[in-house]
Design a protein around this ligand. Sequence first.
Ligand SMILES: [Cu+2]
Length: 161
Amino acid sequence: MFRFFVPITFLFAAVTLFPPVTTAHEFQAGDLFIDHPWARATIGRTPNGSAYLTIHNRGETADRLIGVAVENAEKAELHQHIRDGDVMRMRPVTGGLPLAAGGRVAFAPGGYHIMLFGLTSPLIEGESFPMRLSFEKAGEVEVTVKIESAAYMPAAAAHGH
Ligand SMILES: [Cu+2]
């Protein structure tokens, strides 16, 4: 895959010099604030894509992300990466993703992500698509997922948080 050949030092420098200030967008469901949902542009006929976002629970009770749905893929699944010996593997998050009161969960490449299986069309940089998130207590909210370049990294992930 192309993106693995981009030198990582270059990515860090690019993020530092050009912070993605123009891409910030935020959505709200009750006490949950969902920041900058984004997906990587796909290259060629890649059948699957992945999407990321940050959820900040500003409330005083825990909640849980229990479902994700999109119209431009056959299936959307919550995934995480786990270490298996020397290999990182991804596996579905079972039982929903816990959102602690006052806590913040940042999805990022190499960590939590939303896997989009069977894309009905390629993800093209600069375009966007709707995604519906279901929370145990806060209910449902539709967010807009911005499609970023195939090499894009969010500032928080690039700085190792
Ligand atoms: Cu995955």
